[in-house]
Design a protein around this ligand. Sequence first.
Ligand SMILES: C[S@@+](CC[C@H](N)C(=O)[O-])C[C@H]1O[C@@H](n2cnc3c(N)ncnc32)[C@H](O)[C@@H]1O
Length: 315
Amino acid sequence: MKKWLIGALICPQCRDSDIVLEPDIHTQTDDEIIEGRLVCSQCSQAYEIHEGIAVVVPEQTLPMIQDATGYNSFSMLSSYLWSHYSEFFNGPDATDAYQRWARTFDAQRSGWALDIGCAVGRLTFEMTRTHDRAVGVDTSISFVRAARELAERKQLAFDLIMEGQITEKRSCDLDPAFGFDQAEFIVADAMALPFPSRRFATVSSVNILEKVPDPLRHLAEANRVMHEKEARFLFSDPFSWDETVNSPALWLGGTNEGAFNGFGMDNICKLFQDPESVFSPGFTIQDKGQVLWKIRKTRNLWEHITSQFVVAERK
Ligand SMILES: C[S@@+](CC[C@H](N)C(=O)[O-])C[C@H]1O[C@@H](n2cnc3c(N)ncnc32)[C@H](O)[C@@H]1O
């Protein structure tokens, strides 16, 4: 974990913004903690840093990050490295979705940016172009490891799945304009972020809302860590609600009854404009639209996804 994150992390269980986690360093380089712990002086909980990866999640999130299937699987890594970086190795059919989302960060901002559900880090790297620092968080250790390796090597080299266990090597340089030293990735939960309130100038939640057990709680956490003034939020999602992922009672759209009946994007926009909602103080919507996004599973299988986005600001 890069040392510049020391002092910027709090306990995800206590979530007391005034008590930052204390480092207990076992091995280190000039810039990074390689092995060690981050300790909460209030509840005494210790969060491990192993092979440079900080895991700062509440206890109830641990089963999710220890699961070797889903977003920790080999096939997901191939899919997401292709999706985030295929433009750089001239992959045929590459998606420009991340460039499109990144265009919403066109203005230079002082302050830090947070990419919630960063996967293998493309949007986090894009955020370094316009922010002092950018932090990516995800519950997949495999994704966070891959993103950290990309930051260190400034190059991509991986096995792209062709079919089943048959793979081909792909490699390329990443954009040298990325601020590799200004980006860091940690394992953290979108519903219990280990950051003090009001820490970030910009926050993104891209294609994660429908994946978390309690979507409204995720939005409340995103709001908590955003500046009270001069904050920007990039939100995007396909709203492909799935009752095997989260309870329909907690969906923010896709139902015919309840407080969030109707379409997800309409409800999210209402939340932004309602000063009594999880977004407080309220936001003004600056831009809205859709991004055509692709995930590649094998040489014969792509998912084509329409992700609806909204960029909201508060002055
Ligand atoms: C559909 S992927 C989208 C990834 C990335 N934002 C993108 O658009 O390419 C959802 C991501 O959210 C992560 N995720 C799922 N639940 C999470 C949680 N509770 N906290 C943080 N990340 C989570 C997954 O590991 C995965 O990387």
